[in-house]
Design a protein around this ligand. Structure first.
Ligand code: PHE
Length: 460
């Protein structure tokens, strides 16, 4: 009883500025940085795309991120309640619940892919990551359609997440992020160096950075915008939940910019890890799960064929890196629902985390099984449940929650409240406040609306 009283009075928080940045950047840096960004950059005009992307992050992504930070830190509670507090209980409270639901649904599905990464760490260790292109294709097809193994790995990664989350914000999330993020960065640099030293690596670098203005059109713009939102973990409750653990002194604008910059650097470095190796062996890279689980193992195995030990190490490091990136994102997704259940049901953190782990493991297992193990019963309108989760969360809920959050902050929350959070109760100058408000009121909602219509094929 006493303990519960205490948790109500003293909300958990991150212990340091570095903790804030690394944990939140950990949420942002994920599979999206590796499996989508590099390919999109290469296909859509190289350096020009990268400039557009960074502009989207700075001008649209960061204002949205700051808005979620404002709501979360103001509320000092889970996402649903944080919106409820600001909305004073009216209909706008629903956005918070939608954010939690989106985060919850995506946790199970993200855990499946994170589980695959761990399986591939194991496969690399055991020396299975060498062979012909057909071998990698077949390996992945057989593995992902297996009824037991992927489900088992989904449970394993969720159990690891549980063990971290259960230790709390400072001893769990913050400590794990401080260990994992620098390791991830180091691994990335090692692989980038190895990849860029391969013969003909410059062709890959050129593919990534060659500015081709002719490829720029509205599609590219919207694709960059959509990718920047996903990559920054916007509209899933993660940023809002983490911000509820920020201290009153945390400079929200500065933190958002730092996180956006780290996320973009990792995405660009991921391109420098992938393309030089792929071009060196003449394989054309693609995107999505097939890039990381079929194309790249093959690329690494071929590129380092003359130095098999190096090939073995690079493949292993690559999957460790992916697992770390996926795990830090998964932690933030898990925390959204854990904080929600803990506070709304008034139960211990351990119990809440356990409920979330079991429930998302069930969702994950169903998604995983829909990929082939029991395909006829787990498809709907010809698509697997896995694809449905991806579509509903990423393409419907994400833009909807993002759009409504901007409208809510820009038009309904009193500007004084927004300003006070933005300037840490007037202790910061807040010279960008008017710019921020303008973006959130007009530009961000319109931008998100366009992405939404574009993704649904209603706008070309
Ligand atoms: N930002 C993560 C990535 O780039 C994905 C993610 C989205 C994670 C939303 C958490 C919440 O992979």
């Amino acid at each position: 009883m006493e303990k519960q009283e205490m948790t109500k009075l003293e909300r958990a928080n991150f212990g340091s500025r570095l903790g804030v940045i690394l944990a939140t950047a950990g949420s942002a840096v994920g599979l999206g940085n590796v499996w989508r960004f590099p390919y999109m950059a290469g296909e859509n005009g190289g350096a020009v795309f990268i400039i557009i992307y960074v502009a989207c992050v700075l001008l649209l992504g960061i204002p949205c991120m700051i808005s979620e930070f404002i709501i979360g830190r103001h509320g000092q509670c889970n996402t649903a309640r944080a919106f409820y507090k600001l909305a004073e209980g009216n209909g706008w409270s629903l956005i918070g619940y939608m954010g939690v639901l989106t985060g919850f649904l995506i946790t199970g599905y993200y855990a499946v892919v994170a589980g695959w990464c761990i399986q591939y760490v194991w496969a690399s260790l055991a020396g299975y990551m060498t062979g012909s292109p057909d071998y990698f294709q077949q390996y992945f097809n057989e593995f992902s359609a297996d009824p037991v193994k992927p489900v088992l790995w989904t449970v394993v990664i969720l159990a690891i997440t549980y063990l971290i989350i259960e230790h709390g914000v400072r001893n769990g999330i913050e400590r794990a992020s401080k260990a994992m993020m620098p390791t991830l960065f180091l691994l990335l640099l090692v692989i980038v160096v190895a990849s860029c030293m391969l013969p003909d690596a410059n062709k890959g670098i050129e593919f990534l950075f060659y500015p081709d203005f002719s490829k720029i059109n509205s599609d590219v713009f919207l694709a960059a915008l959509g990718q920047s939102f996903y990559s920054l973990s916007i509209a899933m409750g993660c940023l809002c939940t983490y911000a509820s653990y920020f201290s009153k002194q945390t400079n929200l604008t500065k933190s958002a910019i730092q996180i956006g910059v780290i996320d973009s650097i990792v995405a660009i470095l991921a391109g420098l890890m992938i393309f030089p190796a792929a071009f060196s062996v003449g394989v054309s890279p693609d995107s999505g799960p097939s890039l990381i689980f079929i194309t790249l193992p093959n690329v690494f195995s071929q590129a380092f064929a003359s130095m098999p030990v190096l090939g073995y190490i690079i493949s292993l490091l690559f999957f460790v890196l992916l697992s770390l990136a996926a795990l830090t994102s998964l932690m933030s997704l898990h925390e959204v629902s854990t904080a929600f259940f803990q506070e709304e049901l008034d139960i211990s953190r351990k119990k809440a985390a356990l409920i979330v782990t079991v429930a998302t493991a069930i969702i994950g297992a169903i998604c995983s099984l829909s990929l082939g193990a029991v395909d006829t019963t787990l498809t709907f309108l010809g698509e697997t449940l896995f694809d449905w989760f991806d579509f509903i969360t990423g393409q419907i809920f994400l833009p909807m929650v993002g759009f409504l959050t901007c409208i809510f902050i820009g038009w309904f929350v009193p500007h004084k409240v927004v300003r006070d959070e933005f300037t840490n109760q007037g202790t910061l100058r807040g010279q960008f406040f008017h710019f921020y408000l303008f973006m959130v009121k007009y530009v961000c909602p319109l931008g998100i609306l366009f992405i939404f219509l574009h993704q649904l094929g209603l706008l070309n």
